[in-house]
Design a protein around this ligand. Structure first.
Ligand code: HEM
Length: 531
């Protein structure tokens, strides 16, 4: 089966370095590259030495900014194929024909640490997939947890500033044990569900091949008749879910900081291709308010007892990239990269992401033309009137405006019924307010559900993790406040953690004081003119 992305990539390969002698960037053969041009054997270097200047300049400019989060990662190419047509729910072309393979690029990542940090830290893992579909690129930019720390993307800078290394000494790089994170958590109880996952063994996967992935948000499928269905995406690894235990994770950090990415690389090289099944939870539009949580709240799962996961296809990763920087570093995922048949919901976290990724990539990848970089380039034709900008590498012909009677320019779609992306015509009506829905208020039921779904030894690992992480927090006030929050999840959990970190056992839930709400959470302060 031909792989359209691989055929396209080949046209971008650099000239074979073994095919001839060293040249400059201009293709001029260089006679000697070990000594700079100088006056006499011991004299000053000459400005005229264009080879020296080019070589050093190119080296000086090798680095680009690392991703502001998810800086460290590993990627691979592969394909996705559906098991059966999903036409009843979505018109997305790549989900119609069983056996038709869509090329993909997947990047796995840690979130907190910088690009050179270790793999096996306690952290969320990114699981981002770019589908090169015949209708354009679709990016499913997910994580290995089904929930996220915050409900509204406007809190993302605060959250990341609290999670990242502390500003004065850049400690810790790649672990979560520090005051600012726990201060934030203890004051922002919406973080608790994801914190429970973070303290569990899910946060130290043994291998990227043995990790689940989740789209996290509720998205929408839209079928050919324009009917929407809410959808949550799940990746399930064929090898099952496996974690390291904490001691193994720490040892691996010392022995091999590349533990997870080496595993991915080596197994693909050995022909043991990792595989995941894509599953969906589907909720009809009319059932939007059927649950005791809000489908738009990314801190909640839809329990599988309520809505089972239906398998719809499989993902196989079968080729390592040729160049880490060109491909894994320069790949640019974006939640707003959707294709006809897949649409958004009003989840305020998703809406923020739909702004943030393109915005950050404009700086990270040096301007607006990064979708022309080979790893990002769609296999679907790209035709529009966007022009110029840094790193333009396409040679456009003719004029670039529409409507246009002089020739050139890319016309807008003439036939209103022809295939195209059309936003779902959702009716929206309301006042402009900064206020969170009361349906986002319950921060404790699902963390408790998670805790009670764990076996004894899994619960013990969670307690140990809380003790380890909170035991490193300098502020006793933050330790106490966090334990009080845990008491609202489960009193036994809170008491066990308290015992291990030298703070008093908290009062049972109900008698625990609420933390001082941040302004964003205080509904009183945020009525707005229409509230
Ligand atoms: C990067 C997932 C929330 C901003 C990433 C990546 C993943 C990811 C997997 C790495 C992509 C790659 O491999 O290149 C998620 C998930 C979220 C979430 C699952 C919540 C459900 C957010 C929010 C924001 C955000 C709320 C901002 C409002 C970013 C940025 C990057 C990033 C700026 C770096 C992108 C780049 O430089 O290319 N995220 N994220 N994320 N995320 Fe998120």
């Amino acid at each position: 089966m031909t792989d359209s992305k691989q055929e396209q990539r080949k046209t971008h390969f650099a000239d074979d370095p073994a095919a001839g002698p060293l040249t400059t960037d201009q293709g001029v053969v260089v006679d000697h590259t070990d000594d700079s041009l100088r006056v006499g054997e011991r004299g000053p270097t000459l400005m005229e030495d264009f080879h020296f200047r080019e070589k050093i300049t190119r080296f000086d400019h090798e680095r680009i900014p690392e991703r502001v989060v998810h800086a460290r990662g590993a990627g691979a190419y592969g394909y996705f194929e559906p098991y059966a047509s999903c036409a009843e729910f979505t018109r997305a072309a790549f989900l119609q024909d069983p056996g038709v393979r869509t090329p993909v690029f997947v990047r796995f990542s840690t979130v907190q640490g910088p690009r050179g940090s270790a793999d096996t830290v306690r952290d969320v893992r990114g699981f981002a997939t770019k589908f090169f579909t015949s209708e354009g690129n679709y990016d499913l930019v997910g994580n290995n947890f089904p929930v996220f720390f915050i409900q509204d993307g406007i809190k993302f800078p605060d959250f990341v500033h609290a999670v990242k290394m502390e500003p004065h000494n850049e400690i810790p790089t790649g672990a979560s044990a520090h005051d600012t994170l726990w201060d934030f958590v203890s004051l922002q109880p919406e973080t608790l569900h994801t914190i429970m996952w973070l303290m569990s063994d899910r946060a130290i996967p043994r291998s990227y091949r043995m990790m689940q992935g989740f789209g996290v948000h509720t998205f929408r499928f839209v079928n050919a008749r324009g009917r929407g269905t809410f959808v949550k995406f799940h990746w399930k690894p064929k090898l099952g879910v496996h974690s390291l235990v904490w001691d193994e994770a720490q040892e691996a950090q010392g022995r091999d900081p590349d533990f997870n990415r080496r595993d991915l690389w080596d197994t693909i090289e050995a022909g043991e291709y990792p595989e995941w099944e894509l599953g969906v939870q589907l909720v009809p539009e009319e059932d939007e308010h059927r649950f005791d949580f809000d489908l738009l709240d990314a801190t909640k799962i839809i329990p599988e007892e309520l809505v089972p996961v239906r398998p719809i296809g499989r993902l196989v990763l079968d080729r390592n990239p040729d160049n880490f920087f060109a491909e894994t570093e320069q790949v640019a995922f974006h939640t707003a990269n959707v294709v006809p048949g897949i649409d958004f919901t009003n989840d305020p976290l998703l809406q923020a992401r739909n702004f943030s990724y393109l915005d950050t990539q404009l700086i990270r990848l040096g301007g607006p033309n990064f979708s022309q970089i080979p790893v990002n380039r769609p296999v679907a034709p790209v035709r529009n009137n966007q022009r110029d900008g840094y790193h333009q590498s396409s040679i456009h012909h003719g004029t670039s405006y529409s409507p246009n009677s002089l020739g050139g320019g890319c016309p807008a779609l003439a036939d209103p019924d022809a295939p195209a992306f059309r936003h779902l015509m959702e009716r929206v009506d309301g006042h402009k307010i900064r206020k969170r829905s009361p349906s986002f208020e319950d921060h404790y039921t699902q963390p408790a559900m998670f805790w009670h779904s764990m076996s004894d030894w899994e619960q013990q690992h969670i307690v140990n993790a809380f003790r380890f992480e909170l035991g490193k927090v300098n502020s006793m006030e933050v330790r106490v406040r966090t334990v009080e929050q845990l008491a609202r999840v489960d009193h036994t959990l809170a008491v066990s953690v308290a015992e291990g970190i030298g703070v008093p056992a908290p009062a049972p839930a109900g008698q625990v004081p609420q933390p001082t709400p941040s302004p964003a959470l205080s509904l009183e302060n945020n009525r707005g003119t229409g509230g």
